[in-house]
Design a protein around this ligand. Structure first.
Ligand code: AMP
Ligand code: MG
Length: 420
């Protein structure tokens, strides 16, 4: 290494052979296609599933013009422009039990919230603005025509497009579908995702740890992330760094899954088996993606399954899953690409970084006393420190050229969760 090269490598992380995160994502997205298969299921079962049809309303919501308040239904022509007027009360309209008569001039009907407006009435005067006088009421001129009335179809009109194909259904959506009286809808079938971990040092829970061995955690984070996406999960366990065992595992996934995700064994020097096996059973590209953590990444095909070879480090697995795998899985199930919510926040920590890679540091986001968003880092940012990811509630994203952040500077953050 020349002196200049040595200086460069100290000052930055640029690697001319690496692929930008955007380019990697583009290649991945164009390398996967929409799966076939839909199922019609009861709406209670559709939480988090992807809608496979457009939903249009067959009815008006509300179905009839009704009162928004408890009060008296009147004809606006009987409301005095100034002073007072007295109106007869002909009867009562209840929610679910309408008043069957018709309003004549100078009359009113006692009405409850949600009750259908009687014929001849167009306005509701709230009960607080009315004085009872024997079997009549005294009103003033303060209520305007149409006040306190909900028009038929004002929320949803018959024929309106309510939800579009490709939407991930949330609790509000399910309620909305129920409000239209629809019992079942078509959703995309679940994506079958297989995964296994590779590494001779890995032990499963229940096994004893010998020297240098560690418990496999990647299968559990992958399980959680895939479960949240609504995938059908095939956990294939830990596969030893052994050619035959690996080939058998790849062959099983190739016929049983839409997607295979492995972790570990894709860094230079470790990937030989994967290369050989996929030369036989499919194809694969190995990339150095200019991100941190998560630089080595393999992407390809094994039989009918899309293959993602993620790095082994626990934080790298999560970052590469969110950045590259999740968008691809979303495309495969036809989910709308809504992008990831990115906000700006003031960073109160000093963040170390060298230019050359986009970094996903782990942060804790909160509001300070005057309501501004502030983020601090979770501590050590090594790619093996899974506790930093567990403590975090957001990623702090540092651009490829950034050479660090001083306290008080603004940074881009991606919150991990929100209300749905
Ligand atoms: P590798 O990418 O196989 O070189 O692994 C990188 C680092 O991640 C090593 O320290 C591995 O021990 C660790 N590692 C790999 N797979 C797992 C796993 N499934 N769970 C926890 N740590 C892992
Ligand atoms: Mg390994």
């Amino acid at each position: 290494m020349t002196k200049i090269e040595k200086d460069m490598s100290c000052r930055d992380d640029f690697d001319p052979k690496s692929l930008s995160a955007d380019a990697a994502l583009e290649q991945i997205k164009s390398g996967v296609s929409r799966i076939k298969g839909i199922e019609k299921i009861a709406i209670r079962e559709t939480l988090n599933r992807i809608l496979a049809e457009d939903i249009r309303s067959g009815i008006n919501v509300p179905s009839a013009t009704n009162s928004a308040m408890d009060g008296y239904a009147v004809n606006s022509g009987d409301i005095p422009p100034g002073g007072n007027a007295e109106l007869n009360v002909l009867g009562t309209a209840w929610a679910g039990k309408p008043f069957s008569g018709k309003l004549s001039a100078g009359s009113s009907v006692r009405i409850m919230t949600g009750a259908i407006m009687p014929d001849g009435a167009d306005t509701v005067i709230i009960q607080e603005d009315v004085q009872p006088v024997g079997s009549s009421i005294r009103i003033d001129g303060s209520t305007r025509k149409g006040d306190n009335v909900r028009q038929a179809g004002e929320d949803i009109a018959a024929g309106d497009l309510i939800l579009s194909k490709g939407r991930r259904l949330n609790p509000a959506d399910i309620g909305l579908i129920a409000s239209l009286g629809i019992a079942e809808v078509c959703v995309v079938r679940r994506l079958r995702v297989a995964f296994f971990s590779t590494g001779d040092e890995l032990r499963s829970i229940g096994e004893t740890l010998s020297d240098g061995a560690i418990y496999d955690s990647n299968r559990y984070t992958l399980y959680g992330m895939l479960e949240r996406m609504g995938a059908d999960i095939i956990d294939m366990g830990v596969i030893k760094d052994d050619r035959d065992a690996l080939e058998e595992a790849f062959a099983i996934a190739a016929v049983n899954a839409d997607v295979l995700i492995t972790s570990g064994g894709v860094s230079v020097g470790e990937a030989d088996y994967v290369k050989e096996i996929l030369a036989k059973l499919g194809r694969v590209d190995f990339w150095k993606v200019a991100i941190k953590p998560g630089r080595p990444l393999a992407f390809g095909q094994v039989g009918n399954a899309v293959f993602f070879g993620l790095p082994g480090n626990p934080v790298s697995v999560m970052v590469t899953f969110y950045e590259f795998v999740q968008p691809a899985l979303r495309k495969m199930i036809g989910e709308d690409d809504t992008g990831i919510l990115t906000l700006k926040a003031r960073c109160d920590s000093r963040l170390k970084k060298r230019p050359g890679r986009v970094e996903y540091q782990r942060g804790i986001l909160r509001r300070d006393e005057d309501g501004s968003l502030v983020v601090v880092k979770t501590g050590a940012q090594g790619s093996g420190i899974l506790s930093s990811m567990s403590q975090a509630n957001c990623f702090i994203i540092l651009t490829i050229d950034s050479s660090g952040v001083e306290p008080g500077m603004y940074v881009d953050i991606q919150p991990f969760s929100g209300l749905v």
